[in-house]
Design a protein around this ligand. Structure first.
Ligand code: FAD
Length: 430
């Protein structure tokens, strides 16, 4: 049986970052990926954050296959055909050191895998890891679906993404529950670069993102987005699995509903759909984080529920958790302490990082939004109606307009209701 120091299951950003970090610390490391190559199975919106990526591959932007640096981030609240939007734009984000780039994962993950190979990692593709190998309680390797497919390892890092089969088998995680998962569909729509730049007011080297709320998910807790690539747009929408089944939406119907909105239709006009993808996002947050380690095993990225859905961050949490796990694996092997105690450093370092700090900060906010469907249902409507009343110049004196806006708000949501929402939002963020 071939033996490695570290075996990483899964060639997404978490797994590849873990492998790079372990190999850089001198460990004989392999990544096992079920796809034809890393990236084939992976889906993301996808905004890739500079800071985290730079920690794994310094100055990655000089070589990596990136689409556009994001110089503008916009939030849009939809109510039927109306839209109220606000955003922030800084052209300086179009230059190093950047803030974020749009990427297509099929290209980016492949490139990241090449960086892992350069660091000395062996990438084994088209291979499914079916289980972990044990000697007593100690994990000693993995069983793959190939003939004579057992491989030995001192430490196994589970980076299998949202589908946490192995983490469950290892007794670290619980099977996926609909209330912890969002299902998202995404299309890549080809458009000439000049059209993208005209429609989003961009220079050729600039990109923009729009996050949409309200009617785009029929008020369900979820996400919808439009991101600019070099010569395509990524558009996607999704919501919590249980809300969709309760409301009777299919992910595809939700996407068609979004694409039919006048504002969105105009942005996509003339484009040709090149790809259609669907994926799960683990949105359980802090309260659903599984056990992160046991002797000889650590769990990283989506498998560990490291997604900050409110800020659409996932890839950065994946990469930083991977990087930390790879380093801890190397330290444990070097010190000869592969016990659960040796692995526990992984969790304490994560708790000191933004990864768990951010999930902890937002731990009450997601349940608050989910259990108050009127927040994403009613408020976008109220905001749009208030904007329409304010911007309509029909001779009504402005003092009367303000009073009419207040009346409209209190008709849709009582004074007590408004105060309660504000208080509960403040408490959820405390
Ligand atoms: P993955 O990227 O899912 O990688 C897991 C890998 O493991 C896959 O390659 C898979 O093939 C492999 N694998 C699984 N099981 C096995 C096995 N048993 N044997 C071998 N291989 C296996 N995050 C952002 O930062 N910005 C965004 O804009 C953003 N948008 C998103 C939009 C969508 C539609 C979705 C679905 C997610 C989005 N995310 C975003 C989240 C982000 O994509 C994830 O957090 C990130 O990809 C997690 O990386 P990972 O390596 O943990 O998992």
């Amino acid at each position: 049986m071939e033996k490695f120091d570290v075996i990483v299951v899964g060639g997404g950003p978490a797994g590849l970052s873990a492998a790079i970090s372990a190999a850089q610390a001198g460990m004989k490391t392999a990544v096992i990926e079920r796809g034809d190559y890393p990236g084939t199975k992976n889906v993301m919106g996808g905004v890739l954050y500079t800071e985290a990526t730079n920690e794994v591959v310094p100055d990655f932007w000089k070589e990596a296959p990136l689409e556009r640096p994001v110089i503008e981030q916009r939030y849009a609240f939809l109510s039927k055909d109306e839209i109220l939007s606000a955003g922030y734009r800084d052209p300086a984000w179009g230059q190093p050191p950047y803030n974020a780039h749009t990427v297509l994962r099929v290209k980016f993950d492949r490139w990241l895998a090449d960086q892992a190979v350069k660091a000395g990692v062996m990438i084994i593709t088209e291979t499914l890891v079916e289980d972990l190998l044990y000697h007593g309680d100690d994990v000693v390797g993995v069983r793959t679906g190939r003939a004579e497919g057992d491989l030995g390892a001192q430490v196994v890092i589970l980076a299998e993404g949202a589908n946490n089969f192995l983490a469950c088998k290892a007794g670290l995680a619980k099977p996926l529950r609909p209330e912890n998962m969002a299902v998202v569909v995404k299309e890549i729509i080809e458009l000439p670069p000049e059209k993208i730049e005209d429609r989003f007011c961009l220079e050729p080297h600039e990109g923009a993102t729009i996050e949409l709320f309200g009617d785009s998910t029929d008020g369900m807790m979820g996400t919808s987005f439009i991101y600019t690539n070099k010569n395509s747009l990524s558009i996607g929408v999704g919501a919590m699995v249980h809300s969709m089944s309760e409301k009777g939406w299919s992910p595809n119907d939700l996407l068609e509903n979004l694409k039919a909105k006048p504002y969105v239709k105009r942005l996509l006009q003339g484009g040709e759909t090149k790809e259609y993808l669907a994926h799960l996002i683990p949105e359980g947050g802090y309260n659903a984080i599984p056990k992160l380690y046991r002797q000889g095993v650590m769990v990283v990225g989506d498998t560990a529920m490291f997604v900050n859905g409110l800020n659409r961050e996932g890839s950065n949490l994946a990469m930083i958790s991977g990087k930390i796990a790879g380093k801890v694996a190397a330290e444990a092997i070097q010190s000869g302490d592969l016990s659960a105690h040796g692995m526990s450093v992984y969790e304490s370092r994560l708790r000191d990082s933004f990864v768990i700090k951010d999930l902890y900060k937002f731990r009450k906010l997601m349940p608050f939004i989910e259990s108050n469907p009127h927040l994403l249902g009613q408020y976008p409507e109220i905001l749009n109606q208030a904007a329409r009343m304010y911007f309509t110049a029909d001779g009504t004196p402005k003092a009367q307009v303000f009073s009419n806006i207040m009346d409209m708000m209190f008709k849709k949501r009582t004074k007590t209701g408004l105060v309660k929402d504000m208080f509960n939002a403040w408490r959820a963020l405390k």
